[in-house]
Design a protein around this ligand. Structure first.
Ligand SMILES: CC(C)(COP(=O)(O)OP(=O)(O)OC[C@H]1O[C@@H](n2cnc3c(N)ncnc32)[C@H](O)[C@@H]1OP(=O)(O)O)[C@@H](O)C(=O)NCCC(=O)NCCS
Length: 383
């Protein structure tokens, strides 16, 4: 019998790659994209610039930025066959299933599908960043039986997304809020979905295959799906005065509180801090009764969770916890949260693929076999 090796379940604590794209400091609650702090980027940059930074490793100059923006704007349209599939699926399927299918379909329009040169890959990623936002917006429209709204080139990337989803041109504040969410979700090192994107890319499958894998992985409630699940919990709590009892009962029943805990952050997620601050500012901006109630529930849940699990177990709010009230303040429904995560994270996924293909190595970990060997075969009629 072979001796059982040390197994790091869930690859916890295992380095699988090296990267210059982002750094997550889980002990001190810090995050950098290409060396820039997330706080600095959230306050001063926009999603287009952040995407350029992630992909190319530097901030663009004016000409580079204009060229990059032009490509993003020119590619926003969703091909009509894809729109038709979105329309058919959107009424009955979860938007993440629609996104996954539509992303996969985009491969059929790429005449140079298997070109993996750096520039060709970056170009495909730009197409995906551009189109996944429109696909998410179209999915949201069709879900509610509404018409597709074509993109508007006068609007920036995130503002255009909100316009295509809601049909209303966003105010400056709304534009800042949606862009902030795009920036904060753009990249986060080798988490489950980025890792799965890289596993697919490492087989030298195409970027659309890798993206489709990433969307499938992001869907789960332990990863990207936690934002929708956290909102559902707040809605189930219903009234701020029910918060403490709901959380205590859930913990008593060994349930997980969505939007809390993280494999790497053992302190407050810096992205959650930023969302929380913007949300608090929104409270002075005449929010709807719904948003007011959600934020009160969120703040009471946060306080109790930190008392119970924060300091002693290192379980703190993550970005998904406060996202719900913020998205609701923009009129976005819960099922659309994770598709927005996809549309933003495409920048990070794509940047990782570009970097990984520089020095590709097939992912093939080991598994310790713990079953029997040499079992005698018994024919069907003798069993
Ligand atoms: C993200 C997550 C999967 C990371 O967990 P992990 O590093 O794999 O840690 P584990 O799942 O082993 O959990 C460790 C302990 O903390 C507890 N725990 C972790 N997250 C918890 C949560 N959100 N609520 C309650 N308890 C939690 C576990 O029950 C476990 O307790 P135990 O030691 O008594 O069994 C986990 O924190 C979680 O499920 N969070 C909720 C989903 C979420 O918000 N995901 C988005 C992440 S950005």
């Amino acid at each position: 019998m072979t001796e059982k090796p040390v197994i790091n379940f869930g690859l916890e604590g295992i380095y699988v790659d090296e990267s210059a794209i982002s750094k997550v400091d889980g002990q001190n609650g810090k995050l950098w994209y290409r060396g820039y702090t997330i706080e600095d980027l959230a306050a001063n940059s926009d999603f287009e610039e952040v995407s350029y930074l992630l992909l190319y490793g530097k901030l663009p100059n004016k000409t580079e930025f204009e060229e990059f923006n032009r490509k993003l704007k020119d590619r926003r349209e969703v091909p009509k066959e894809v729109l038709e599939v979105i329309r058919q699926m959107a009424r009955t399927s979860h938007p993440m299933d629609v996104m996954r299918t539509a992303a996969s379909m985009l491969a059929m329009y790429d005449k140079d599908l298997n070109n993996k040169d750096r520039e060709a890959t970056i170009d495909k990623v730009i197409t995906l960043i551009s189109k996944l936002s429109s696909i998410a917006a179209a999915t949201g429209r069709f879900r509610e039986g509404r018409d597709y709204i074509p993109p508007d080139k006068t609007l920036g990337h995130s503002a255009n997304f909100l316009y295509m989803l809601t049909g209303k041109k966003p105010s400056k504040t709304e534009e800042k809020l949606i862009d902030l969410m795009f920036i904060l979700h753009a990249e986060h090192s080798t988490n489950a979905s980025t890792f799965s994107v890289l596993v697919t890319a490492s087989t030298l499958a195409d970027i659309y295959a890798a993206t489709t894998t990433g969307i499938g992985t992001l869907k789960g409630p332990l990863h990207g799906g936690a934002d929708e699940a956290a909102l559902k919990m707040m809605q189930a709590i219903g009234h701020p005065d029910n918060t403490e009892k709901y959380i205590e009962d859930a913990l008593e029943g060994k349930q997980r509180i969505m939007g809390f805990g993280h494999r790497v952050y053992k302190v407050y997620d810096p992205r959650a801090k930023i969302v929380r601050k913007y949300l608090e500012d929104q409270m002075n901006n005449n929010p709807t009764e719904e948003v007011k109630k959600l934020l009160q529930i969120a703040l009471r849940a946060e306080k109790l969770m930190i008392e119970k699990l924060g300091k002693n177990k290192g379980i703190w709010p993550n970005i998904d916890f406060f996202s719900g009230p913020l998205y609701r303040s923009l009129g976005i429904e819960g099922e659309m949260f994770t598709p927005i995560f996809v549309a933003s994270r495409m920048s990070g996924w794509g940047s990782h693929v570009v970097e990984y293909w520089n020095n590709n190595k097939l992912f093939r970990p080991l598994e310790f076999y713990n079953g029997p060997l040499d079992v005698p075969y018994v024919p069907l009629n003798k069993r």
